[in-house]
Design a protein around this ligand. Structure first.
Ligand SMILES: O=C(O)CCC(=O)C(=O)O
Ligand SMILES: [Fe+2]
Length: 336
């Protein structure tokens, strides 16, 4: 049986001393521990004629969805989707459970140990069933939390699978082809057993947002991420020559971004998106990220139909280990 995705993170857990609780509700001045120097802010997005600086919004039921997704992946590594069949009520259920006062058990972002300043953020990660986490936090009333998380994960898993098929199609792999396993070359066979991890993010309003960082710049490690953001701006992606570009929340839409493993699979045709979150002075931002990737012991390599492979094959577990040690440099260590 394939080892679960959570196995990949077993040896790279965050130590509890990385968690420094801060009472975001009562704080009026940004503490030095959370004050960042954001030199890269000077670059702003240039809007050129006929080339709007906007991440594409794609209707998943559009007849040319494969073409639209392929173009968005190649140019942006990101897009927003509408008509995704995830009921808004499900998102509301998850959001309703995220009151700031129920913050017990939240932790810091996985990338925190790489930075000497703290982020204006708290998070909660779930892999698989939420029951064990929730029983520890709320011994008597955990069912409601678990049901909302489990339902959300189920919906996300089927949406992620659907989007994976569209992206593979855009890369020339068609699910309807016979001998699909040969087309997806044996190395990448476990793609279709991919599973997810759920990350609940909270970015309280911040007294000095220009000097704080909600989530430091990073790329996501797995195949793809599906993100719900509440009505508060904050997510930005970096594009060479353009700088940081805001990805505004669109009611009912979900953000999809390419992760490192898809970058490898696509043989660098699709960029893995460098993104960050900046906090807001007045509004509290919530987001729910669903990271989707193959089981720990499976191997990911550039698809065989693409040009000369520019990455060596890697197991998911080894890649997570590399990322945990080298952060954004991890992917370049796989270059051939
Ligand atoms: O909160 C967001 O918008 C982004 C979250 C994110 O990038 C992550 O959890 O990896
Ligand atoms: Fe991310």
């Amino acid at each position: 049986m394939a080892t679960s995705l959570s196995e990949s993170y077993r040896d790279t857990h965050l130590l509890p001393q990385h968690i420094i609780p801060l009472d975001f509700e009562t704080i009026h001045d940004l503490p030095e521990s959370h004050a960042w120097i954001r030199t890269d802010d000077i670059r702003v997005c240039q809007i050129r004629e006929n080339e709007p600086c906007v991440v594409p919004v794609i209707d998943l039921t559009a007849p040319n969805v494969v073409e639209l997704v392929g173009n968005a992946c190649q140019k942006w590594g990101m897009f927003q989707v509408t008509n995704h069949q995830v009921p808004l009520s499900l998102v509301d259920d998850v959001e309703a459970l995220r009151s700031p006062s129920g913050a017990t058990g939240y932790g810091v972002a996985r990338i925190s140990p790489f930075f000497n300043k703290l982020m204006w953020h708290e998070g909660f990660t779930i892999m698989g069933s939420a029951v064990e986490h929730a029983k520890q936090l709320w011994p008597h009333h955990y069912e409601e939390f678990c049901d909302a998380m489990d339902n959300y994960q189920k919906k996300m898993k089927s949406l992620a699978y659907k989007i994976l098929l569209i992206i593979l199609k855009a890369l020339g792999v068609d699910e309807n082809d016979e001998n699909q396993e040969n087309i997806i070359d044996p190395t990448n066979n476990s793609l279709f057993q991919s599973e997810g991890a759920l990350q609940l993010n909270s970015y309280p309003s911040c007294p000095n947002p220009n000097r704080a960082i909600g989530l430091a710049p990073h790329t996501d490690s797995l195949l793809l991420t599906i993100l719900h953001q509440n009505h508060t701006n904050g997510l930005q992606i970096f594009q060479d020559g353009k700088g940081w570009i805001s990805v505004p929340p669109i009611s009912g839409a979900l953000v999809v971004n390419i992760g490192d493993l898809m970058h490898i699979l696509s043989n660098a045709r699709f960029p893995t998106v460098y993104h960050r979150v900046v906090p807001n002075e007045t509004n509290h931002r919530f987001s729910i990220a669903y990271f989707y990737g193959p089981p720990a012991d499976s191997t990911v390599a550039p698809l065989s139909g693409l040009s000369l492979p520019c990455f060596r094959p890697v197991t998911v577990k080894d890649y997570i280990g590399l990322k945990n040690k080298h952060l954004e440099k991890a992917i370049s260590l796989l270059r051939v």
